[in-house]
Ligand binder design. Sequence first.
Ligand SMILES: C[S@@+](CC[C@H](N)C(=O)[O-])C[C@H]1O[C@@H](n2cnc3c(N)ncnc32)[C@H](O)[C@@H]1O
Length: 155
Amino acid sequence: MLTNEQFDRTRRPALRLAGIELVEHHRELPGRRRRRLGLCDAAELDALLGAAEAGTSDATGQMLCLLTTKFTGFFRHPRHFEVASGHALRAARRHGQARLCSAATATGEEPCSLAMALIEGFGRNDPPASVVATDIDAAALAVAKRGEYGAAAGA
Ligand SMILES: C[S@@+](CC[C@H](N)C(=O)[O-])C[C@H]1O[C@@H](n2cnc3c(N)ncnc32)[C@H](O)[C@@H]1O
């Protein structure tokens, strides 16, 4: 559990870096997630907060990782993928091609699912459609770019 001071120092970069407003019931989250970053104790978290306040880019990246949830999976909300593929089909009929956007994509399972839904929806392996994926967290995007998933990703 974060001290009041640590929590206040975490709230400011959350809002500034990602537009995330941490409220009282989020108090435990950064403490739990710090293990993701291999931060063992409060002193290491203090050091990270200090570096983020100083604007160190590594620390900023680590703060983003600490503050954001990475929960994702293949076809997480199955109906959404059918709907997106249907939109893409109609757009491609009208404009010749379509583009889908996976905003806040995390580690890339969502755009991969969209690509599979497009292949299925268009009934061909080279649909006239593309998927753009973005995220604020460069580390998550690096995983997405690799595009390698194990059985745990639920493919
Ligand atoms: C729960 S994941 C969602 C993954 C995927 N879209 C899905 O639904 O399965 C949330 C993602 O939002 C990203 N995120 C949070 N704030 C963001 C912001 N201000 N701009 C862009 N991405 C942001 C996080 O880095 C994280 O990867």
